[in-house]
Design a protein around this ligand. Structure first.
Ligand SMILES: N[C@@H](CCC(=O)N[C@@H](CS)C(=O)NCC(=O)O)C(=O)O
Length: 200
């Protein structure tokens, strides 16, 4: 299998962490999203990464679908809870984390416009949504104190590390008001799947 990814994509990081946690061998091909004809476009008409190319040549995307595929491919150890209610809860946290990624990326792109062309309303609303969502994730992290030494991380923890790690890379001042979550993130660096996928 081959994963098309970039080193900074939080969606790709989520998939890379799942591969490492489950010990699934997979080649990673770094793509340059700025080029018109990057490799992932051949497999996903939307041109978005991550894309997982299976050995039979078929492609799986987006990140939430790839993660479900990897769980089917390699169910043990599981990252999804078996209990239906707990599973829905894990998918909700994954959706919240993905929303943080989407909204932070939109904020970053808007910030790149010349100062007099920026939509200040949009920037303010995006910041408000991300910080409200981060406050919810901080509450989740309070019950994950021992995650760094657990036998396997679960989907909620993997999605949280990926989302918060991306905010830390692109908008670190959004995180200043969440010192407990930052401490949790720091403790997670002991985990190989976290340290090996730090965005740079
Ligand atoms: N919902 C998608 C989002 C993927 C996404 O937006 N990836 C970004 C990189 S972080 C991308 O490929 N952007 C290039 C583009 O939109 O053309 C997922 O979860 O995989």
């Amino acid at each position: 299998m081959r994963l098309f990814a970039t080193e900074t994509s939080p969606y790709a990081r989520k998939v890379r962490m799942v591969l490492l946690e489950k010990n699934i061998p997979c080649e990673v091909e770094w793509v340059n999203l700025r080029t018109q004809d990057h490799a992932a476009l051949t497999h996903n008409p939307l041109g978005k990464i991550p894309v997982l190319l299976r050995n039979d040549g078929s492609a799986v995307y987006d990140s939430a679908v790839i993660v479900q595929y990897l769980e089917i491919l390699c169910p043990d150890p599981a990252i999804f809870p078996k209990d239906p209610e707990a599973r829905i809860e894990a998918l909700r946290v994954e959706a919240l984390a993905s929303g943080i990624m989407d909204t932070t990326i939109a904020w970053v792109l808007e910030q790149r416009h010349a100062a007099d062309c920026q939509d200040l309303n949009m920037l303010q609303r995006a910041r408000g949504k991300v910080t409200t969502a981060l406050a919810m994730l901080q509450e989740e992290t309070r019950v994950w104190k021992d995650a760094a030494s657990a036998p396997i991380l679960n989907l909620s923890q993997i999605a949280t590390v990926s989302a918060v790690g991306y905010v830390d890379l692109r908008a670190p001042d959004f995180l200043v008001q969440f010192p407990d979550m930052l401490a949790w993130m720091h403790s997670m660096r002991l985990r190989p799947s976290v340290s090996a996928t730090l965005p740079q």
